[in-house]
Design a protein around this ligand. Structure first.
Ligand code: AMP
Ligand code: MG
Length: 344
């Protein structure tokens, strides 16, 4: 005898009713879809939280599950290790030493990140270019001692902005004289990927981290619903919009993160066009990239900002694997179709 049918006779009745209803509906020429869902039993709702100031920004971590607390402590250590490797203002970091001496036997993590950086430079037609550092420095964005360099200084420094000046052979990295590298446009996204991967290996399947403007979500919220990520307006505390994501990152680049106002009132932001040597100003005030990997989203958000409104939209049209929310300086917000329905 079927024990299921015996212990739950009411189910039998339900199935008969559904079958009869379905037969009537089909006979009437219509088809009914019955949506079935299971409660989320994968994520524990035990929440662990942490904060950290590192990489020049305020970071928050939330992880759900048994190992959340340990996972967050490990994540903080991981980020601090990344900062110790890649801080451009620390002469003892690997990037600091590379810039100072022109040569470095690098850690595998640094080699991987530099290799990515070179690939993204090619992929974005040079808009993402870590070799732009001499100009980032000349405009004062490294020290906070802001200034407007004159054309001759900019032109002289532009001569060294060439990613081919950076060479990687095994773990040996070299830089041509006068070239310098800054991984500030990708390091946080890459570090976020390392954190999310480390959460996964510790059995966490629901987590949200925010490294400054970089938000990365692992899985769903513990109740199985999507994470709701607000995109901050560059002008005030309001939001441009809110995007629902599962297992994705939402990474924003904008002038408002770091900028200065010159004597003539011009606002200069920290994203430098590798083509002009000046702060990028081609119509965008905020660029958000939504995709699976933080390193990709981070490099891309910086690059699209350099491209400007029209070229950024064209780049999205002709490339795969990411969505965008752009705000232009006339206040128009462009939202790509992959987030239609998930954007409010
Ligand atoms: P993000 O906030 O990710 O857009 O990165 C901006 C930071 O990346 C700046 O503060 C610089 O350190 C660096 N940076 C500026 N311009 C570029 C560029 N065109 N390509 C790569 N990195 C850049
Ligand atoms: Mg970036």
């Amino acid at each position: 005898m079927n024990s299921k049918a015996q212990s739950k006779p009411e189910h039998k009745l339900k199935y008969i009713l559904i079958a009869v209803t379905a037969a009537l509906v089909i006979a009437a020429g219509a088809v009914v879809s019955i949506w079935l869902s299971k409660p989320n039993i994968t994520a524990s709702s035990e929440k662990a939280e942490g904060t950290l100031f590192a990489m020049d920004t305020y970071m928050t971590f939330a992880a759900y599950g048994e190992n959340g607390k340990d996972a967050i402590e490990n994540a903080k250590k991981l980020i601090q290790d990344c900062e110790a490797l890649w801080s451009v203002t620390d002469e003892n970091s690997e990037i600091g030493r590379l810039n100072l001496t022109g040569t470095l036997v690098a850690s595998s993590e640094t080699v991987r990140l530099l290799t990515f950086a070179k690939e993204y430079c090619a992929y974005t037609n040079g808009c993402f270019n870590p070799a732009v550092y001499p100009l980032v420095r000349a405009w004062g964005f490294t020290t906070g001692e802001y200034r407007v360099p004159d054309e001759s200084e900019i032109n002289a420094l532009l001569n060294s902005v060439d990613i081919d000046n950076l060479k990687i052979k095994g773990n040996t990295v070299t830089l041509e004289p006068s070239a310098m590298i800054d991984l500030g446009g990708i390091a946080k996204g890459y570090a976020g990927d390392l954190v999310i991967d480390s959460f996964r290996t510790r059995g966490i399947n629901s987590a949200l981290i925010s490294l400054g403007g970089n938000v990365q979500a692992l899985g769903t919220k513990p109740d199985g619903s999507a994470w709701k990520i607000g995109i901050q307006s560059p002008y005030d505390n309001a939001l441009i919009g809110v995007v629902d994501v599962i297992d994705k990152c939402v990474i924003t680049s904008g002038v408002y993160e770091r900028y200065f106002v010159a004597e003539d009132g011009t606002v200069y932001g920290h994203i430098i066009s590798p083509f002009t040597g000046k702060p990028a100003s081609k119509g965008l005030v905020s660029v958000t990239v939504i995709c699976d990997r933080g390193s990709f989203a981070d490099a891309l958000s910086t690059s699209l900002f350099v491209m400007g409104t029209e070229d950024a939209i064209e780049f999205w049209r002709t490339h795969e694997g990411f969505d965008i929310v752009l705000m232009s300086d006339d206040g128009t917000v462009y939202v790509s179709e992959g987030v239609f329905g998930a954007y409010t």
